[in-house]
Design a protein around this ligand. Structure first.
Ligand SMILES: [Fe+2]
Length: 349
């Protein structure tokens, strides 16, 4: 009897010795106090510099897993509540909405975030927050198109654009979100009619990425292409001369300036549903929307800051101001299925 207590204690001590290091290890991997784990589609040197600055200011280390947006979302689904991820950074409000619908994100809201990010550039419940803006522009041949001929997305269905339009496939999220904005501005029927008109005017069947569309404008395959603004910015500032020359062969046109404005989208971030370091993720989100970080974060990919008090970079400033469609971007996700349907019916493959 006299030995049973020390024996029990010894057992406890042994158990603690076995369990505590394991617990401490697990904490190192995910939930310790000085780390935030980011799943990001971005891999820019400037992001690393920003993360280092964040660490200096807060003592919180930033660990980044970089992969394509679809890969990151698949990984979050696979990992479930065991995921080490705290913050998902990805592109397109439509895709952020999908991540939310799959239960991969959680709502957050702070005064700093709410004052930094305009209402229409974030989820109303705080599941995702816009970080940078991009415009869906018309890239046109400087040789064969007079910008005075250009006006709206709708006008591209006119027969004078027959055999002149370049576009990528309809399954691409940029196109799906753009279609969602057209449906929001009109109806499912008008969206479908627009898609049919564009298909009729295509110079070739849809293929390639946004850069390929620009390349085909320069090569004379077509005269105008629907692309995200930063693709032109990237080319104009590329390391190699061939890319810079390619960028210089197209003009940037912002459609619908006299009505609802040019379709815009965001890259953005959401705190993951099972974030082990939720508070650190919120702090990083606040940092990325702060004036000091916004300029560098947006410029890394030739995008526009979401903050209205931060100026865009030099290349973008050179294109001038434009009127952006004020549609709440959460609508793009909500109309995603309608958009897919409209493309399907119109035969935009
Ligand atoms: Fe892109």
């Amino acid at each position: 009897m006299r030995l049973s207590l020390p024996a029990g204690l010894a057992r406890l001590v042994l158990l603690a010795a076995l369990v505590l290091p394991l617990g401490a290890l697990a904490a190192c991997g995910t939930g310790d106090g000085d780390v935030v784990n980011v799943y990001s589609h971005r891999h820019y040197d400037t992001d690393e510099a920003l993360f280092r600055q964040f660490t200096e200011e807060t003592g919180i280390r930033v660990r980044v897993v970089s992969a394509s947006a679809d890969e990151l979302i698949a990984r979050l689904e696979r990992e479930g509540d065991a995921s080490p991820a705290d913050l998902l950074i990805t592109v397109d409000a439509g895709r952020l909405h999908r991540a939310m619908e799959r239960g991969l994100l959680q709502p957050v809201r702070t005064d700093a975030l709410a004052s930094a990010v305009p209402d229409h550039l974030r989820d109303p419940d705080g599941y995702w927050w816009g970080l940078t803006r991009r415009a869906r522009i018309i890239a046109y041949s400087l040789e064969r198109v007079d910008p005075d001929e250009l006006s709206t997305y709708e006008d591209l269905t006119d027969e004078r654009w027959n055999d002149r339009i370049l576009a990528r496939t309809s399954e691409n999220i940029y196109n799906v979100s753009h279609m969602a904005s057209l449906i929001a501005a009109g109806s499912l029927e008008s969206g479908e009619a627009w898609a049919r008109g564009i298909v009729e005017n295509m110079a070739r069947s849809p293929r390639g990425n946004d850069t390929d569309q620009i390349r085909d404008v320069a090569a004379g395959v077509g005269d105008v292409a629907l692309v995200n603004s930063y693709y032109v910015g990237r080319l104009l500032n590329a390391e190699d001369q061939a890319s810079r020359e390619l960028g210089r062969q197209v003009g940037v046109f912002f459609p619908n300036q006299d009505d609802r404005g040019t379709h815009i989208n965001v890259s953005g971030a959401g705190v993951t549903a099972h974030a082990p370091n939720r508070d650190h993720a919120v702090r990083l989100l606040e940092f990325l929307t702060s004036p000091e970080a916004q300029e560098a974060f947006a410029q890394a990919n030739y995008e526009y800051p979401v903050r209205e008090d931060v100026e865009p970079g030099e290349t973008l400033a050179g294109w001038g101001d434009f009127v952006a469609d004020p549609l709440p971007l959460s609508r793009l996700g909500e109309l995603n299925n309608d958009a897919v349907q409209a493309f399907d019916r119109a035969g935009w493959r």
